[in-house]
Design a protein around this ligand. Structure first.
Ligand code: DGT
Ligand code: CA
Ligand code: CA
Length: 368
């Protein structure tokens, strides 16, 4: 494959930085953005913290009470509840600006994106470095957001590079310095390699990417299966052929189907609703999102349209919550419409999306 120039942009301490932008006095203090659970008090977890709070040892996913203990010595520390709506606005505006600089723009989540910039930089890494700086400047001018950027011949290395020097980083890994960049890094820096895989590799005596290169493909596929083994083997060698795929930010997921017959029967509609919910939930999972609003849409026999929605107490990724709320909306609608409800098409949508990536430890706080 010909050389490519791929950029990964990641906003620094995103939610906490948004809070600093809204209220600049926060810039001088430790700031923790908290997801409070509905159990009250300090129960809940830290979504993220600014770099001042991180110096005290505060980390994403940490219980709030734990972070308060870490910050016991800082009486100016701020604990702010999450405001997903506001962060989404900041994200949308910033992403819109960034996307202007890409040949292909792939939105990944609220605070990150991949850009293929090969054509516009004529495959020149010096030009790409200047473009990276230009992007950082124009996002900062437009929304005040500071970000870190990694530039390399592929997605995997660029993702590692954007995290290499944070905050406000710009790291360029030219094709001829891929090996020297990767080799000293800890294996866990490879995207997709979690703590468990790291531990297993560590037991095999493999700690750095350089160590990992000594493991042959056969051993790795035996240990981790064909797919993961091959991925790990290639990753160690800086090989990743995955293209950047055009993808814009999503604001909702929905699916609507035409029923096998027009109907006003709760049982019949519920059966269909279950199937649609399961489809929508699958898409939400694939994209690793959570939702805060569930909606049900009806196209009636006379082709008039009706929709009802419910806002949940907190974002969730739960299939059960989706189903339960959709059923509630269906029952309510049938009740309010009485006998004259005849449905031709039925749909389910979820919106107010948020990123669920790397948040398995925190989703438990969203559940009763
Ligand atoms: P950094 O390291 O400067 O990029 O810091 P962040 O906070 O931007 O970290 P990143 O990129 O891993 O995550 C982006 C946003 O996603 C972050 O601002 C808040 C959210 N997030 C990250 N980890 C967690 C978590 O464990 N729980 C929750 N609720 N949100 C998280
Ligand atoms: Ca980030
Ligand atoms: Ca990120």
């Amino acid at each position: 494959m010909a050389v490519r120039v791929i950029m990964h942009v990641d906003f620094d301490y995103f939610y906490a930085q948004c809070e600093e932008i809204r209220n600049p006095i926060m810039r001088t203090k430790p700031v923790c953005v908290c997801v409070y659970s509905d159990r009250g008090g300090d129960s809940g977890a830290i979504a993220t913290a600014n770099y001042i709070a991180r110096k005290y040892g505060v980390k994403s996913g940490m219980p709030i009470s734990f972070a308060k203990r870490k910050l016991a010595g800082a009486d100016d520390a701020e604990f702010i509840p999450v405001d997903f709506k506001y962060y989404s606005q900041v994200s949308e505006e910033s992403m819109e600006e960034i996307s202007k600089f890409a040949d292909v723009f792939e939105y990944v989540g609220r605070d990150e994106a991949y850009l293929d910039v090969g054509a516009r930089t004529e495959f020149d890494f010096d030009a790409a470095a200047r473009l990276g700086q230009q992007i950082k400047n124009s996002v900062r001018t437009k929304t005040k957001i500071g970000c870190s950027i990694g530039i390399s011949p592929n997605r995997m290395i660029s993702k590692i590079a954007s995290d290499y020097k944070k905050p406000d980083g710009l790291t360029i890994v030219r094709p001829d310095s891929v090996d020297s960049f990767l080799e000293p890094l800890k294996i866990v820096k490879i995207p997709g390699i979690g703590k468990k895989t790291e531990q297993k590799l560590s037991k095999m005596g493999l700690k750095t990417i350089s160590d990992l290169k000594s493991a042959d493909l056969f051993l790795l596929t035996k240990e981790f299966g064909r797919k993961s083994g091959t991925y790990i083997y290639n990753a160690a060698r800086g090989v990743d052929e995955e293209p950047v795929k055009e993808r814009a930010p999503r604001i909702q997921y929905s699916r609507i189907v035409t029923l096998s017959e027009d109907s006003g029967s709760y049982e019949f509609l519920k059966e269909n609703l279950t199937r649609i919910c399961s489809d929508v939930h699958g898409t939400v999972m694939e994209n690793r999102q959570m939702f805060k609003v569930v909606g049900v849409q009806f196209v009636k026999s006379d082709l008039s349209i009706m929709s009802r929605s419910r806002t949940l107490k907190s974002p969730t990724a739960s299939a059960y919550e989706l189903q339960k709320n959709a059923e509630y909306l269906l029952a309510e609608t049938l009740k309010s419409q009485g006998a004259n409800m005849s449905v031709r098409r039925l749909g389910v949508m979820v919106t107010e999306l948020s990123d669920a990536r790397g948040q398995s430890d925190i989703t438990s706080f969203f559940k009763p």
